[in-house]
Design a binder for this molecule. Structure first.
Ligand code: SF4
Length: 330
């Protein structure tokens, strides 16, 4: 078995600077060797330990005996007519996730997954049909970004949204660790203002996120103008009602030019009346926020499904579930 694919070896991907410094010290090397390894893994996007020639040969040989670098593997790519590409990636244990690359004018946005499947069960979302299979590690989230950078040309600046499969705030520690590596200047150096966490509204974790030293942008999947309507579309609203969610949003600290994003899937005859618009305007009054209206169409197996970019390859928001690829898990 090739070293890089030997899953008995510790995967270095996802380890932060402190962990790699500790690893170096454990191998009787100075801590700065760990920092070199960190820069090579993330800033250098190195896939093979042999490429890390900056490291002392003895340390490289030690690493090769105990560790490897394993990125998620792109199994299939589905290019869309609108320029976006949906990717099916397989993880070390064979679990599958999806990520989407969306070039648009002078920027490219990667939408990555934070969980395999999702337990939140929003009624307009294909991923919700899978249920939660497992949380992803920080390395598997950072690895999606590395794999997508490697797979395609990045036009202009890069934005990351954690809006693929899963509810990021239900995998909080690993998501925060991944954001730290993505945003770190010696990591992937993607500014935290270009990283967005999209949540269905896990209120206690929104308060936690507000206190993080490296804080990404926050997007809230709103989709309704009243408690009753939201509970019908998003059962999580019964646990964290709209009133409590909006309170958390009001307390969320924003930088001078920072705005919250509220995503709102327009479902004909359900949440798109003039009265809904007036209620939403009332909900967000006084907040520095923008509302992202997302048109919809009917989809198989669900009462509602959103459309947005990448729709022809099932890469739009709420469509990530392997459907249409004969890859749906049993
Ligand atoms: S919309 Fe997001 S939170 Fe809701 S079921 Fe889908 S993946 Fe989960």
């Amino acid at each position: 078995m090739a070293a890089a694919t030997d899953t008995r070896l510790q995967n270095l991907l996802g380890m932060d600077r402190g962990e790699l410094e500790q690893l170096a010290r454990g191998a009787h090397e100075p801590a700065y060797r760990g920092r070199q390894l960190y820069r090579g893994l993330y800033a250098g996007r190195v896939k093979d330990l042999a490429q890390l020639t900056v490291l002392a040969k003895k340390f490289r040989e030690h690493l090769a005996r105990h560790a490897a670098i394993r990125w998620p593997a792109i199994e299939r790519a589905f290019p869309s007519q609108d320029g976006s590409t949906r990717y099916l990636l397989s993880l070390e244990d064979g679990e599958k996730v999806e990520a989407v690359s969306m070039p648009w004018k002078a920027r490219t946005t990667f939408c990555i997954s934070s969980q395999a499947g999702c337990a939140v069960d929003c009624k307009f979302c294909f991923t919700g049909l899978l249920g939660l299979r497992r949380n992803l590690t920080a390395g598997e989230m950072v690895g999606q970004v590395l794999a997508l950078i490697d797979a395609g040309k990045i036009d202009g600046r890069l934005n990351i949204v954690l809006m693929g499969m899963g509810e990021p705030l239900l995998n909080y520690q690993q998501v925060i660790k991944a954001v730290g590596i993505l945003a770190d200047r010696e990591g992937l150096a993607i500014p935290s203002r270009r990283i967005t966490i999209s949540t269905a509204g896990i209120v206690p974790r929104i308060f936690d996120l507000a206190r993080e030293p490296v804080r990404p942008r926050l997007a809230v999947s709103l989709n309704a103008s009243s408690e009753e309507q939201r509970s019908a579309l998003m059962p999580i609203n019964r646990k964290y009602p709209l009133s409590v969610l909006m309170e958390a949003c009001r307390e969320y600290p924003l930088g001078p030019r920072e705005r919250l994003t509220f995503e709102y899937v327009l479902l004909s005859g359900v949440n798109d009346s003039d009265a809904d618009a007036a209620r939403v305007a009332h909900l967000v009054r006084g907040l520095s926020a923008k509302i992202n209206l997302i048109p919809y169409n009917a989809g198989p197996g669900l009462p509602y499904i959103r459309i947005s970019r990448g729709q022809d390859v099932m890469g739009a928001c709420g469509q990530l579930s392997f459907d249409g690829m004969n890859q749906r898990p049993a």
